[in-house]
Design a protein around this ligand. Structure first.
Ligand SMILES: *[C@@H]1O[C@H](CO)[C@@H](O)[C@H](O)[C@H]1NC(C)=O
Ligand SMILES: *[C@@H]1O[C@H](CO)[C@@H](O)[C@H](O)[C@H]1NC(C)=O
Ligand SMILES: *[C@@H]1O[C@H](CO)[C@@H](O)[C@H](O)[C@H]1NC(C)=O
Ligand SMILES: *[C@@H]1O[C@H](CO)[C@@H](O)[C@H](O)[C@H]1NC(C)=O
Ligand SMILES: *[C@@H]1O[C@H](CO)[C@@H](O)[C@H](O)[C@H]1NC(C)=O
Length: 479
């Protein structure tokens, strides 16, 4: 915020002062011209200094991601929104508000869409956690659907301080299309045209907009609440899964926040899956961090999962039986028998009670459980590099070993690595150090709520994309 006493405002006052001076004194004091000319030059110098870009912008800052380096060079002209403002399109409701199922309001494990639009995507209060958490902490937990990011980002960007209602003053454009909901409805319907229909209609609409035509979409961005592989049918070897949304020519320059990105496509920016934890203030966040740090963790590691027992050689099945055979070290939550999707307390208790949590790949490389694990202050153990190390670069620490453990899945399969032995080799001090890094990361991977006074994953994502669009405008030859 500009304060009245900031040098910004004072320098803006000078020309006004000078003009008043001219009006009242010019005729009676002609020799004032000399003084006025001097003032005029001063004003010119000041405005030039304010508008000229730094000679060598720190281009590496945006690659590393926002806020890794707090001294990213910021031009002085818009202190509140140094990378410019964003305009949010008012899309026809068929592309967003009409898409959620409104008649199933609670999390129904048989329907992935249930509860998705509850409380702007955050979900209803997770009352089941009152049993396992202190009262004032359980209030920050919600039954958040893992695919609700499209709604959460839409709500957050509408309230953001850098949103502008005037497209002509915008540096970036947000398309609030709920692509995951539009396509997800038809993923299991044997009719590919249905999965592409909303996407095609939305692109027809946006291509008619004046500001799209100016850039062909390179300063446009959106959010997709499902993994990237649900939108790339033409690159799928069988060419039967999902929609072709991300293969469509008009989408090639549009940046999209997505919960799992495609490795070679820099328009995909992976962002954390939403967890159930949505703190409203830094104070509550700090209380949670202390709670997670001090929790008495009785198990060495935990495995939480719905296994694909019928799939031959399934890695999750292997971890499940390994875990059952190590009852002294491993705490099992078998979602085939536990009510994982309706009672989040079984999951949270296991994560809080364990030093490490095993994170195999799911049906795709990433899973929400990675973020559930870290929010609970448990140290993640990965078996595929693509589960986290090649994703979420703007959010997770740069050095994998600082916050996690990696054990190659092949070594687990052929018995050359024993999970228990690998984990037991870490001293209490080493585990504590990793956990401290995990706990320090929590603000960067959660989506806060209400009047937040801390930067969360959404803030990092928005700052990052605005910075990127600004850089591309200033260095167009890069692309
Ligand atoms: C919700 O409504 C839709 C259409 O109105 C219907 O097809 C669907 O079965 C309903 N779902 C539930 C859980 O009631
Ligand atoms: C929440 O509860 C803990 C433990 O009872 C207490 O230390 C803390 O001050 C409480 N915080 C608030 C905001 O009431
Ligand atoms: C899906 O539709 C195609 C073309 O209509 C058909 O050949 C195929 O057998 C259908 N597949 C299933 C699983 O129903
Ligand atoms: C956008 O694409 C059209 C068609 O390919 C092209 O004619 C036009 O020059 C492009 N505009 C910009 C600003 O790149
Ligand atoms: C197990 O797999 C790892 C990684 O692929 C390999 O380096 C190692 O030689 C294998 N060990 C055995 C005993 O097969």
């Amino acid at each position: 915020m500009l304060s009245l006493h900031s040098p910004e405002v004072q320098s803006q006052k000078k020309p006004v002062h000078a003009l008043d001076f001219v009006k009242t004194h010019i005729s009676s004091h002609p020799r004032l011209w000399v003084f006025l000319a001097f003032l005029f030059i001063q004003v010119l110098v000041i405005s030039f200094a304010r508008n000229s870009p730094p000679c060598f912008p720190d281009r590496s800052a945006a690659v590393r991601g926002p806020l890794r380096d707090p001294v990213v060079s910021k031009p002085a002209f818009d202190e509140e929104c140094p990378s410019g403002r964003v305009y949010v399109y008012d899309l026809p409701s068929m592309f967003n508000k009409d898409l959620p199922l409104h008649n199933c309001t609670d999390l129904n494990p048989w329907n992935w869409q249930c509860g998705i639009d509850n409380n702007h995507g955050y979900g209803g209060p997770a009352t089941e956690l009152r049993r396992v958490l202190p009262g004032n902490l359980s209030k920050s937990w919600y039954r958040t659907n893992q695919f609700s990011l499209e709604l959460i980002f839409h709500q957050r960007i509408l309230q953001h301080k850098c949103r502008t209602p005037e497209p002509e003053s915008a540096a970036a454009f947000y398309i609030p299309f709920y692509a995951g909901l539009a396509v997800g409805k038809y993923l299991w319907v044997n009719d590919t045209s249905k999965r592409d229909w909303h996407c095609e209609m939305m692109l027809q609409w946006v291509k008619k907009q004046k500001y799209w035509k100016k850039s062909n979409g390179s300063d446009h961005f959106m959010t997709i609440g499902r993994i990237t592989w649900d939108f790339r049918r033409l690159t799928d070897p069988g060419k039967i899964w999902g929609s072709t949304f991300l293969n469509m020519p008009a989408m090639q320059k549009v940046t999209r926040f997505i919960i799992e990105k495609a490795p070679g496509d820099d328009r995909d920016v992976s962002v954390p899956y939403p967890t159930g934890f949505h703190p409203k203030t830094r104070e509550i966040l700090n209380q949670w961090q202390n709670f997670a740090r001090d929790y008495n963790r009785r198990s060495l590691f935990t495995f939480i999962g719905a296994t694909r027992g019928w799939v031959n050689n399934d890695f999750r099945g292997l971890l499940l039986s390994y875990c059952y055979n190590e009852p002294g070290s491993c705490r099992v939550v078998d979602c085939a028998t536990a009510q994982c999707s309706t009672d989040s307390s079984v999951i949270l208790e296991a994560l809080l009670g364990s030093e490490f949590c095993l994170q195999p790949r799911g049906d795709s490389f990433t899973r929400r459980s990675v973020f559930d694990c870290m929010v609970a202050g448990s140290v993640p153990v990965f078996f595929w590099k693509r589960t986290a190390y090649e994703q979420y670069e703007w959010f997770l620490p740069g050095e994998p070993e600082s916050y996690s453990v990696y054990i190659d899945h092949e070594e687990v399969r052929n018995g050359s690595s024993s999970i228990k032995q690998v984990l037991m080799r870490y001293s209490k001090e080493e585990i504590k150090k990793k956990r401290e890094k995990v706990i320090e990361t929590i603000p960067r991977i959660v989506y806060g709520m209400g009047l937040r006074n801390f930067e969360d994953a959404f803030d990092l994502a928005l700052d990052g994309v605005l910075e990127r669009i600004k850089e591309e405008r200033e260095w167009p030859s890069d692309r």
